[in-house]
Design a protein around this ligand. Structure first.
Ligand SMILES: N[C@@H](CCC(=O)N[C@@H](CS)C(=O)NCC(=O)O)C(=O)O
Length: 215
């Protein structure tokens, strides 16, 4: 049985989606990010969720975990493409999205009032709050980058021939941006179409879903 540490978060949803598509059984352990336990910190130098445990293998990044799963369980559904070319395309799209996500973290910190908890966890240097001008600039820049990604995706339904980690990452990003009341136009419609697929939609653990235990 594979364990995912962490449950309701964008990066966790991306990994959960990979396990669901691959048909590999897994369980969640919840993680208290506001007060990180020693048990959690021992799992990962990054101290972020998700962490994935498969037997004695422990991986502390969702994309690294997906790459591991594609290699280790190579007969299962490929989340990073069926060919090296698809893999390159998927990872390029993901990098463009990660570049957006990194700039959004001050909004997340403000919305969830995370600054105090981050400081308590020794992460004060990241507890930044944007002023209104920065928020306006961020929105403009984000919408520009989303338009570039729409061009990059092109006429295809997915970034490649089939649903992949790039599409899962984009669904996460759209959900996050909707929380900040961004108007996303065509991406919003694209997201609605994909989320109508039950198999895809299940990547997001409901707020009520709990891990088998909490650390
Ligand atoms: N690139 C990492 C990102 C992980 C990440 O930033 N996780 C967030 C939640 S989505 C987290 O653990 N934040 C708490 C912190 O940074 O202290 C991955 O894909 O696993």
């Amino acid at each position: 049985m594979i364990t995912i540490y962490g449950i309701q978060s964008p990066a966790v949803a991306r990994l959960r989606s990979a396990l669901q598509h691959k048909g590999l059984p897994f369980e969640h352990v919840s993680v208290n990010l506001r007060q990180k336990s020693e048990e959690f910190k021992e799992l990962t130098p990054a101290e972020t969720i998700p962490v994935m445990q498969d037997g004695t293998t422990i991986i502390g990044d969702s994309l690294a975990a997906i790459a591991y799963l594609d290699d280790k369980y190579h007969q299962t559904y490929k989340m990073l493409g069926k060919t090296p070319e698809e893999k390159g395309r998927i990872l390029t799209a993901i990098w463009a999205m990660e570049r957006i996500s990194i700039t959004l973290s001050p909004l997340y910190i403000e919305k969830l009032a995370m600054a105090a908890a981050m400081r308590a966890n020794g992460a004060a240097h990241r507890a930044t709050i944007y002023d209104q001008q920065q928020k306006d600039d961020l929105k403009k820049d984000t919408l520009y980058r989303l338009a570039r990604l729409w061009e990059y995706k092109g006429e295809l339904q997915y970034f490649t021939s089939h649903f992949s980690a790039a599409d899962a990452t984009m669904l996460n990003l759209i959900k996050t941006l909707q929380n900040y009341h961004y108007e996303l136009g065509t991406w919003e419609q694209w997201s609605q179409t994909l989320m109508a697929d039950k198999h895809i939609m299940q990547m997001f653990a409901p707020d009520t879903e709990k891990g088998v235990r909490e650390i």
